[in-house]
Design a protein around this ligand. Structure first.
Ligand code: KIV
Length: 300
């Protein structure tokens, strides 16, 4: 028997590969796996929830090792991985593939993070049944929760998925899949009318069973109000100030991998960090201790 034969027949999985290392961690994480009850507990205790996007096995495993609690396989991968100019062109099959890559990475690294898969444009718009079929694809690829964008019209879809055992993260404010209807990447909820609508929709999504709500590019005062309004649905802000229950950033942005104009709400955590993992650890610390984001700098 050759050594290669031996390694494939005597152990369940090879310990390491020469291409990056995603070993089963030599010291398995002391942290408990994230779960819905754990996220609810954190929310109740006012412990800020940390989230980053990741699209592949290695970045997901490193984020997990850095203490990031939630990993979002966002459809922002359309921009950062596929070179598209919006998320509109991202397909369900692409989301399935990247969700599976991230789930594999977390499994191999014995990660504990909560994995959220983004339902892409067109995959939940037709009917609740279509949304269920799409959500099943992402859940079977390894997601623990799916995210979908939109207000009132998504409420019944959220209820339908939740009743069928699929945890849902809703997304209000700037919803990038509707960028063409919104007329660009603009702050939402600036008028009294649109703010009132956002408050109403957030309440309806919580009542429909959403167990997380992303608020994107919403004035800090409004997102604080919505966060205080929601009793059991933590809000995760991006460009929404420091009053939310947690924060999310796009991985490539917070690592300074941005050749264009950086959005106002982004901070480059690679500044002064010794490594990518160090940058992610700095992000986790800053979100937890409330030093990121700074309303005067990163919000409206
Ligand atoms: O797709 C994504 O990365 C997102 C975040 C910006 C929240 O939806």
């Amino acid at each position: 028997m050759t050594p290669a034969d031996a390694s494939t027949t005597t152990s369940a999985a090879p310990a390491a590969t020469p291409y990056g290392t995603l070993p089963p961690a030599s010291t398995p994480s002391a942290r408990k796996p994230l779960s819905l009850p754990r996220l609810r507990e954190m929310h109740a205790q006012g412990d800020k929830i940390t989230m980053l996007t990741a699209y592949d096995a290695t970045f997901a495993a490193v984020a997990d090792a850095a203490g990031v609690e939630c990993i979002l396989v966002g459809d922002s991968l359309g921009m950062v991985c596929q070179g598209l100019s919006s998320t509109v062109g991202v397909s369900l099959e692409t989301m399935r593939h990247h969700t599976e890559c991230v789930a594999n990475g977390l499994r191999r690294a014995q990660g504990v993070a909560w994995l959220i898969g983004d339902l892409p444009f067109g995959s939940y718009h037709e009917s609740k049944e279509q949304a269920l079929r799409s959500a099943v694809v992402l859940m079977q690829a390894g997601a623990h929760m799916v995210k979908l964008e939109g207000g009132g019209w998504t409420t019944e879809t959220v209820r339908f998925l939740v009743e069928r055992g699929i945890p849902v993260c809703a997304h209000l404010g700037l919803t990038p899949q509707t960028v063409h209807a919104l007329g660009g990447y603009r702050v939402q909820g600036k008028t009294e009318e649109s703010a009132a609508q956002l408050r109403r929709e957030a309440g309806a999504l919580q009542d429909a069973g959403a167990s997380m709500l992303v608020l994107e590019m919403v004035p800090a005062a409004l997102s604080l109000e919505v966060t205080q309004l929601l009793t059991h649905c933590p809000t995760i802000g991006i460009g929404a100030g420091n009053g939310t229950s947690g924060q999310v950033l796009v991985l490539h942005d917070m690592l300074g991998m941005n050749l264009g104009k950086m959005a106002k709400f982004v901070h480059n955590f690679m500044d002064g960090a010794p490594s990518v993992r160090g940058a992610m650890e700095a992000y986790v610390r800053a979100v937890k201790d409330g030093s990121f984001p700074v309303n005067a700098t990163h919000a409206w």
